[in-house]
Write a protein that binds this ligand. Structure first.
Ligand code: ADP
Ligand code: ZN
Ligand code: ZN
Length: 762
C-alpha cells in the first residue's frame, strides 16, 4: 500500500473516518524524489522519558520505511501532532537519526517560506540549508558523559555502596559538570564495571554529546579596543542601537563611501548584541572572507564561528555544531551562513550587500539578502545592509521608508575621496600609443606614482591573454564547440580555453578554415596586460591576481600580504582586487577598460559598471598620501561612469531608478526568468514556445516575453531558450509561473530552471 499523503491536503473519505483513531503522527519530507508531506505513526516509546534522545520532534531527521519495498530513507520531520488517522493505513517511524534538533521552529518556518517563494520543494530547501558535513555527521564522534542526578547527590551520605562504586560517586560529586568515562575511571582508579552497575541502579546519569575529532586550533589574535567613532559613525550606531532595543525587525541600509569605517560600526553594534547575550551573523562575499577579515572580528570577540564553502566538511560541521550549542557570539560567513543555527539571534549584518554572490545560482535560487530579511522579520532583529554602492533593491526600499537609510558620506580621518579622471580611449591623443592596454596618461601617472614610492592597482576584468582568435582573411572565429563563445588564449598553459565550460583546444597557428597564417590573437586579458606592465615598468615588481594565478590554497592571501609589505609595486587583476582591500600606500588605481560589463544584455549592466568603478576607486587614497584614479573607457559620457567618477552614488541611483521604473524592471517591477535547455535545439525551442504560450494564455497582469534564445544561446553542449515574466508584484508573477508549471512539463530531454528575482540574465 502506498503511503498516504498528508491528511491536511485531502478531505477524508467516509470509510477513513470510520476506522480513524486519534494517534500521534509525524509529518516528514524527503530531500529528493517525491515532494510533498508524508505522515507516519509515532511509536509510543517516543513518550518514554528515559529515552529522551530518541524523541521524534520537528527539526530532526527520521528514518522511515518508504515505497513498496519499504526501503529505509532519511526524512525531515516538520511536524508532530495528534491526528485522526486510520492506523492500519500508516507506517511507523523506524528511527530518529539526529541526537539533537538540527532545525529550530523558526528555521522550519523560514525554509517553508523559501520553498513557497522560490518554488522549490521544501525537502530540497532543507537539504540545501544544512551543510552536508552536518547531515553526515562527519568528523565527529559521540562521547558519553557521566553525572550524578540531583537527588542522588542529596542522598549521598546515606547510600550504601561497594567501595569502587562509592569512589565513582564521590568523584562525580566533586565535579560541577558531567565528565567523560576516561576521566571518571582514571580519577576513581577503576574499570567501567562499577560505573555500569551505578547506571543500572539509576544512581548515575549518562548523556552523550557529539564532539569534533580534529578541531583546528584557532590562532590567537591580539585584542583591539573599539575605536572612537566619528559623528557620522556614532549617528549610524545610535540608529542600530535603537533598532536593537525595539526588538522589532528593522532594515537599515548603511551607505558608506569606501573607507568610511562601516566595519567599525558593525563591530560596535555587535558588541551590544553580545552584551545582551545574543548572537550576530555577519555575511560577507565569499571572496572577502579572508583570514584578515576574520581577524578583525577575532580581535574584538572571543568566540567566532566561520562558515564558508572552502572549509573542509569537518571544519564546517564543527563550527555549525558550536553555533547550535550556543557557544558562539559571532558567525562570520558567506551566503549560506544566513542559515547559521544561532539560537538567540540579535542582529544580521550583510557587508557589500550589493554583491551578486549573495544570490545562489543552483536550486533553491535564493538571495541571502531576502532570506536574511525574512529571518530578521521572524526573529524580530535588525538587518544591517552595508555598502558603498547599495543595490537598487535596498536603496529603493530605503527611499520608500520601508528600510532606514544610514549614511557615512565621508572617509575616516577626513581623508579625501580620490580624484577620478576619465581617459577617453576614442581620442587618439590619449589612447594607447600604438598597441597595448595602457594609455599615455595612465603610463605617466603610473610612473609618477611609482617614483614617489606609491603602489599601483590595475583592474582589468578579463582573464587570459587574448580574448579572441580571429582570421582577418575569411572571418573565422575560434569558438567553443559546446558554447559557441570565443575561446580565450591562455599563454600560461598555451591553450585556448572556454571560460564557461572549461573546454580546451590547441591554439592554432594558421586559420583552420582558409589556412591563412595571418590569424590574429586579439583582445586584452590580464596575462597580456601583465606582459605589457613588465615591459613598460621593468624596474618594478608586478603581480597578477585572477582565478588562473590564484589556484593554490592561500595564494590569494600570500600575494596580498606581499603587497601589504610593499614587496609588490603593481598589482593587477580581475574584480578579485576591486573589493574590500585596504592598502594605505596605494596612490594610483587604473581601470584598464571600464566598458567590459557595460554592453552586456543585462538590465543591471549600468549598476554593475558603477559598482566596479566605485569599488576599485575606493582602493586608493586610504593613507595620508592621497590617491588618484584613471578610468579608461570608450563611453566617457555613460551616466554610470560619469557618476562613479564623481563618487555620486545617490545621483546615479536616482537616475537608474527612474529608468527602471519606466521599463518596470526590478526593484520597480517583479521578474521571473525561466530557462529551458537541452541538446536538441528544435525540441528546446518548441518546448519554450509551448511554455510561453501557456503562460500567455493564463496571464492577465503579467508580461510574458519570449521565448528567445538566451544571451548565451548554447552552453556546455546545450541549447538555451528563455522566457521572461515581468509584472507589478512578485506574488502575481510567481503564482502564474507556479500554476503553469504545475500543469505543464517539458519533455524528458529538456531541463527547466525557474529563477525568481533573477540576478544572472545571461
Ligand atoms: P569601509 O568598510 O567603510 O570601507 P573600514 O571599516 O574598512 O571602511 O575602515 C577603513 C579604515 O579606517 C580601517 O583601517 C579602520 O580601522 C579605520 N577606522 C574606522 N573607523 C575609524 C575611526 N572612527 N577612527 C579612526 N580610524 C577608523
Ligand atoms: Zn581564415
Ligand atoms: Zn564552452
Amino acid at each position: 500500500m502506498a503511503q498516504q499523503q498528508s491528511f491536511l491536503d485531502n478531505e477524508p473519505e467516509q470509510w477513513e473516518l470510520d476506522a480513524a483513531q486519534e494517534r500521534t503522527v509525524a509529518t516528514v519530507l524527503l530531500s529528493d524524489g517525491p515532494s510533498g508531506e508524508f505522515d507516519y505513526l509515532v511509536p509510543p516509546q517516543n513518550l518514554d522519558p528515559s529515552r529522551l534522545e530518541q524523541l521524534v520532534e520537528p527539526g530532526r531527521r527520521l528514518g522511515v520505511p518508504f515505497g513498496r519495498a519499504n526501503r529505509r530513507r532519511a526524512a525531515y520531520c516538520v511536524g508532530v501532532g495528534v491526528k485522526r488517522v486510520d492506523p492500519a493505513r500508516l507506517k511507523s517511524v523506524a528511527a530518529v537519526l539526529d541526537a539533537e534538533r538540527l532545525l529550530s521552529p523558526a528555521m522550519l518556518e523560514l525554509t517553508h517560506w523559501m520553498s513557497r517563494y522560490y518554488l522549490c520543494p521544501w525537502g530540497q530547501v532543507l537539504e540545501a540549508v544544512l551543510p552536508s558535513g552536518v547531515r553526515q555527521n562527519v568528523g565527529t564522534r559521540e562521547v558519553a558523559f557521566f553525572a550524578l542526578p540531583l537527588d542522588v547527590r542529596e542522598r549521598l551520605p546515606t547510600l550504601k555502596l561497594p567501595p569502587k562504586q562509592r569512589k565513582c560517586v564521590e568523584v562525580l560529586a566533586a565535579v560541577e559538570e558531567p565528565i567523560t568515562a576516561v576521566r571518571l575511571t582514571e580519577s576513581a582508579g577503576c574499570t567501567m564495571a562499577p560505573v555500569t552497575q551505578l547506571l543500572k541502579k539509576g544512581l548515575v546519569e549518562k548523556t552523550t554529546k557529539r564532539v569534533a575529532t580534529d578541531r583546528a586550533e584557532e590562532e590567537a589574535v591580539p585584542r583591539e579596543r573599539p575605536l572612537q567613532l566619528n559623528l557620522d559613525q556614532q549617528a549610524a550606531l545610535d540608529e542600530i542601537h535603537t533598532a536593537l532595543e525595539s526588538r522589532e525587525a528593522t532594515g537599515l541600509v548603511l551607505h558608506g563611501v569606501t573607507g568610511s569605517g562601516k566595519t567599525e560600526v558593525y563591530l560596535q553594534a555587535i558588541q551590544r548584541v553580545v552584551e545582551y547575550g545574543r548572537q550576530a551573523i555577519v555575511l560577507v562575499p565569499e571572496i572577502s572572507l579572508t583570514p584578515q577579515t576574520v581577524r578583525r572580528f577575532r580581535a574584538r570577540f572571543d568566540r567566532i564561528a566561520v562558515l564558508h564553502s572552502h572549509q573542509s566538511e569537518v571544519q564546517r560541521h564543527d563550527h555549525w555544531r558550536c553555533i547550535l550549542r550556543g557557544e558562539v557570539q559571532v558567525v562570520v560567513g558567506a551566503r549560506s551562513a544566513v542559515f547559521a543555527p544561532a539560537r538567540n539571534l540579535g542582529l544580521i549584518v550583510i557587508d557589500e550587500e550589493h554583491e551578486a554572490t549573495f544570490k545562489q545560482d543552483t536550486s533553491p535560487r535564493y538571495h541571502a539578502r531576502d532570506v536574511a530579511w525574512q529571518r530578521a522579520a521572524r526573529e524580530g532583529v535588525p538587518l544591517v545592509l552595508g555598502s558603498a554602492t547599495p543595490s537598487m533593491e535596498s536603496w529603493h526600499r530605503a527611499s520608500t521608508g520601508e528600510y532606514r537609510k544610514l549614511s557615512l558620506p565621508k572617509r575616516v580621518a577626513n581623508r579625501p575621496m580620490p580624484d577620478v579622471a576619465i581617459v577617453d580611449l576614442r581620442d587618439p591623443g590619449q589612447a594607447r600609443g600604438g598597441r597595448g592596454g595602457i594609455s599615455r596618461p595612465l603610463h605617466q601617472a603610473t610612473q609618477a606614482a611609482l617614483r614617489d614610492g606609491g603602489q599601483v592597482i590595475y583592474l582589468l576584468n578579463r582573464r587570459g591573454f587574448s580574448t579572441h582568435v580571429q582570421c582577418p582573411a575569411c572571418g573565422f572565429k575560434l569558438e567553443c564547440p559546446h558554447c559557441e563563445l570565443s575561446l580565450t588564449y591562455h599563454r600560461q598553459d598555451n591553450t585556448a580555453l572556454c571560460h564557461y565550460c572549461d573546454y580546451r583546444a590547441e591554439p592554432p597557428t594558421k586559420c583552420p578554415d582558409c589556412k591563412s597564417d595571418a590569424i590574429r590573437y586579439g583582445g586584452l586579458g590580464t596575462q597580456k596586460l601583465e606582459a605589457e606592465v613588465r615591459a613598460r615598468f621593468p624596474d618594478y615588481k608586478c603581480a597578477r591576481m585572477d582565478t588562473d594565478s590564484m589556484r593554490g590554497a592561500g595564494a590569494h592571501e600570500r600575494v596580498l600580504s606581499a603587497f601589504r609589505r610593499g614587496e609588490i609595486d603593481i598589482l593587477l587583476g580581475t574584480q578579485m582586487i576591486a573589493k574590500g582591500l585596504d592598502f594605505p600606500n596605494v596612490t594610483l588605481v587604473g581601470v584598464i577598460n571600464a566598458d567590459t560589463a557595460l554592453h552586456l544584455p543585462d538590465f543591471r549592466a549600468g549598476e554593475r559598471t558603477f559598482q566596479l568603478v566605485a569599488q576599485v576607486a575606493g582602493r586608493t587614497g586610504r593613507g595620508d598620501r592621497g590617491g588618484r584614479v584613471l578610468v579608461q573607457t570608450l563611453s566617457p559620457d555613460h551616466p554610470a561612469i560619469v557618476a562613479a567618477a564623481r563618487h555620486d552614488f545617490p545621483r546615479f541611483a536616482e537616475a537608474e531608478l527612474v529608468a527602471r521604473a519606466r521599463l518596470k524592471y526590478p526593484p520597480l517591477g517583479a521578474m521571473v526568468r525561466i530557462v529551458l535547455r537541452g541538446e536538441a535545439n528544435a525540441v528546446v525551442r518548441e518546448s519554450a514556445k509551448a511554455l510561453a504560450g501557456n503562460l500567455k494564455a493564463d496571464a492577465s497582469e503579467t508580461r510574458v516575453m519570449g521565448p528567445a534564445p538566451a544571451a548565451i544561446p548554447k552552453l556546455r553542449g546545450e541549447y538555451r531558450y528563455q522566457v521572461q515574466l515581468q509584472g507589478e508584484a512578485i506574488n502575481t508573477v510567481r503564482d502564474l509561473t507556479h500554476r503553469t508549471l504545475h500543469a505543464w512539463h517539458p519533455p524528458e530531454s529538456v531541463t527547466l530552471t525557474v529563477d525568481i528575482d533573477p540576478q544572472d540574465m545571461l
